[in-house]
Structures are given as C-alpha cells and as structure tokens.
Ligand binder design. Structure first.
Ligand code: CDP
Length: 229
C-alpha cells in the first residue's frame, strides 16, 4: 500500500518543520524535512568550495561524492553526508546564504525530489514539509496545508529559535533576510513557492504552536488519516 502523505508548505520560518514534526508524532508517522536535504546538498557544495554561480551538474556530483542522503531515525529522517550531519552544520550561515540559489537549479530539484519520493516509501506515512511538496513532489498527497504568518511573526520566531535578542533592529534585519529568501523562492522559474489549489491555508500569526498543530490534526481526522479518526 502506498504511504499516506501529509504535505506542509510555506515560506521560511512559518513554523513548518516544528509543526510537521509534532503532527507526525501524533499521527504515528515520520517527519520528512525537504529543506534539510536542500541544506545537505548546499553544505556539500560549500565544503567542496564550488565557485559561484553554482553549476547544477557540479552540485549534484558533489552531493553524490559526499554521500548526501536521508536515513530513517526515531520519528524522522536525518541528513547524512557519509555520516550524520549535525543540525548546526545544516543551519550554518554559509549554507543559509547559498541554499536558495542551489534550490533554484532544476537538476538539483530533480535529484532531491527523487530522494524524497524514495524516502517516503519507508513507513506507513510521512509528514513532509517544504516549498513545493503539495504542488510538485507529492501532488496526490492526502492532505495539503499551506502555512503562512506575518513577516514580523516569522522574524520573531526565527530570532527566538536561534536564541537571539528580539529587539527592533534585529527584527528589522531578520524580516529583510526572510523577505529576500521568500522572494528568491517565490520568483524562481522552477517549482516556485506557491499554494497548491487544493491546499488548506492556515495563517499562524496569532495561533499558539499547540493550536496550529491541533488544526492540522483536525484536518487529518476529517480525512480519516488519523487512527483514532
Ligand atoms: O527552515 P527554513 O524555512 O529556513 O528553510 P528550509 O525549510 O530549511 O529550506 C531552506 C531552503 O531550501 C529554502 O529557502 C528554499 O530555497 C529551499 N527549499 C526548496 O526550494 N524547496 C523545498 N521543498 C524545501 C526547501
């Protein structure tokens, strides 16, 4: 039987990953973080010292050479590059700076999508978060959610996540950085960030974390995807 797919898409810092992880745990599924795989590929390109603008075949070749892949872990999948890659390395500034440029390369997206589709087959269900999961990677997902939040709410969350001060100047800078990445992700030619026509939009600006997880679980129950539903 093919696995159940719950797709959660949205812009940077909309809370996709933490929400997807909690929803997956409640449903007894695994969390699959597609952004982490783009970050793993970017890390390989950065470690290899590839020159910019990045050349797609070179980036894919480095991802292969470093053994970038996803391996099942307790409730999710971890990024490996030969060995497990710590989250801090995936979220390093050099990776965040280049990831959108690398994610705009069609050949890289094909490589990532193939890995995601293969990985999703491991287990009875996955909650996958990203930018194009409901629109491109898993268009037949049983539930698609598009998470949004105001730029200020997203910037505040990202600063708190990194343990940084949430003062007006930092907020302004983080809002600008997120806006630049949103623009790059939404305006690229290949698989831009869009809300799939059949995705349920959820604005989380004024929702607590528990509330946003509950809303998605409710949608999952409505569709008969939860074992208690
Ligand atoms: O966690 P955050 O919102 O910072 O981003 P992420 O999920 O780690 O993804 C990092 C980058 O990968 C995004 O800014 C996109 O450029 C790219 N990405 C993508 O293009 N498609 C996806 N399905 C997931 C991520």
């Amino acid at each position: 039987m093919s696995p159940i797919i719950v797709a959660i898409d949205g812009p940077a810092a909309s809370g996709k990953s933490s929400t997807a992880r909690a929803v997956a745990a409640q449903l007894g599924f695994r969390h699959l973080d597609s952004g982490a795989l783009y970050r793993g590929v970017t890390l390989a390109a950065v470690r290899a010292g590839l020159p910019r603008p990045f050349d797609a075949p070179d980036v894919v070749a480095e991802a292969e050479r470093w053994g970038v892949d996803l391996r099942p872990r307790n409730g999710d999948f971890e990024v490996v590059a030969g060995e497990p890659v710590p989250d801090a390395s995936l979220r390093a500034a050099a990776v965040t700076e280049h990831v959108s440029e690398i994610a705009a390369l069609a050949e890289v997206r094909c490589w990532v999508n193939e890995h995601l589709r293969r990985t999703a087959l491991e287990g009875q269900g996955v909650v996958v978060d990203g930018r194009d999961i409901g629109s491109v990677v898993f268009p037949k997902a049983q539930l698609k959610v598009y998470l949004t939040a105001s730029p200020a709410a997203r910037a505040g969350r990202r600063l708190r996540q990194r343990g940084e001060a949430v003062d007006p100047e930092q907020l302004r800078r983080e809002t600008e950085a997120l806006a630049a990445r949103d623009h790059a992700d939404s305006s690229r030619a290949v698989a831009p960030l869009v809300r799939a026509a059949d995705a349920v939009a959820l604005d989380t600006s004024d929702l607590s974390f528990e509330e946003q997880v509950d809303r998605i679980l409710e949608l999952a129950r409505d569709r008969g995807l939860a074992s208690d539903g």
